[in-house]
Design a protein around this ligand. Sequence first.
Ligand code: GDP
Length: 527
Amino acid sequence: MSLTEEINKRRTFGIISHPDAGKTTLTEKLLLFGGAIQSAGAVKSNKIKKTATSDFMEIEKQRGISVATSVMAFNYKGTKINILDTPGHKDFAEDTYRTLTAVDSVILVIDCANGVEAQTKKLMEVCRMRNTPVIVFINKMDREGQDPFDLLDEIEDILKIKVRPLSWPIGIGATFKGVYNMFEKHLNLFDASKTKLARDIVSISDLNDSALDTQIGETPANKLREDIELIEGVYEEFNEQQYLDGTLAPVFFGSALNNFGVQELLDAFIKIAPFPRSRTTDVREIAPTEDNFSGFVFKIHANLDPNHRDRIAFLRICSGKFERNKFYQHIRNNKKLKFSNPTSFMAQDKSVIDEAFPGDVIGLYDSGNFKIGDTLTEGEIMNFQGIPSFSPEIFKELINKDPMKSKQLEKGINQLTDEGVAQLFTQQPGNRKIIGTVGELQFEVIQYRLKHEYGASADFMAKNFYKACWMTSDDDSKIEDFVKRKAQYIAEDKDGNLVFLAQTQFLLQSAQADYPEITFHTTSEFK
Ligand code: GDP
């Protein structure tokens, strides 16, 4: 198969949602319909098995949240689907944002009773930054929720994106019977089933067919006919280009738990979702069809086996063909590296691969070479863009509780922050380490992992900072002057960039007013 054919058959996407909307359930059902698993529940039970062998994952089990982002690939109707799972919990939002740099599109899951929630809004903002195409799946239609038309309005208003329903619910809550597929103009009624693939009961391609009345009853049938007529009148025809540009979101309704609407979603997805797209670097745009391999690391995962210190770096392939045992250039370290055991993640199985193509995500065993955002190429010097650090929201100083273990602590905190668990800033005098995160939970993860993986004991002292701001100016002397005046609020990030640790929003605004020549940035990437 040619490189272009390999690229065209791949769809790499993320499923995102506010916690509890049904992301995990939908992921499982996509795997089930895709034939990758035989019964739902398998993904979860596998998770629990892994937890037993892993200290780090113990935290996940105890808290019942998904700390790690995982990759699941499967083949469906000639398409290779790569799903990148993301943690829904807000304390791990940064992990999710970084994962979104590695996808070509997303499916956004919304709970029909709760509608658009806090995390839904934030995730949508991240998608908008890169014009990522979004498909919306409105879930839990078997429960009493809001009116479908109201939900569509709410999405347009709050998420600021045009919508176009491509499937429509028949009834809601107790009367929910399934969905009409507006994309294929076709109706499949299924047996509700929580674990197995459902059996088709009936298939209707003309809404005026009287079989519809017999199957679902005359009143619901008429309601469906009216709804569809209304939609066709109110909404424009689905415009695929607008979806690909990120300005229009097709909407599907269903109940992931009961298998309703999932097949409709999956079948439309493989038809409309984009295949691997071009990516920007600091030098030029890289098309997936270029012969030379390139890719970047968007996630680093601590090894699940605590007896081994090595980690897995997740690499998204952007162009060319990746090959096992071939030397590639690690741009940041200016080093040649080859990989003897690159792994792919097919559904729940890991296996060593010989080659991989744009859109694929592979796992590279790493003993400390990689940092999030690192680029690998066949030699060309360039760095993929769009993997910024966002300003943390909670800051604490790292306190060493065991002076005999200061080396371990130093190594541990460096490695953990390379993995992106938190951001590390160093303050003078005394090389004080300030840890910045978006959530409290990370401090527990850090403390736990420092102890169990590095044998170091750490404590934290709360710091009263509001934001960390990176600074740029055409006039370096202005920054020098500012840094002198505000010395106690200046720190360095891991790459040696100066940041201003502003204590309050007011102090940040007055710094900006006093130093109009300096621009203060709340993300680390500002080219
Ligand atoms: P996540 O946090 O977004 O991954 O959500 P989960 O997939 O873990 O689902 C959260 C809860 O909602 C679980 O108890 C699911 O069983 C339940 N759930 C998911 N989908 C549906 C659905 O279609 N209908 C109903 N009634 N419950 C659902």
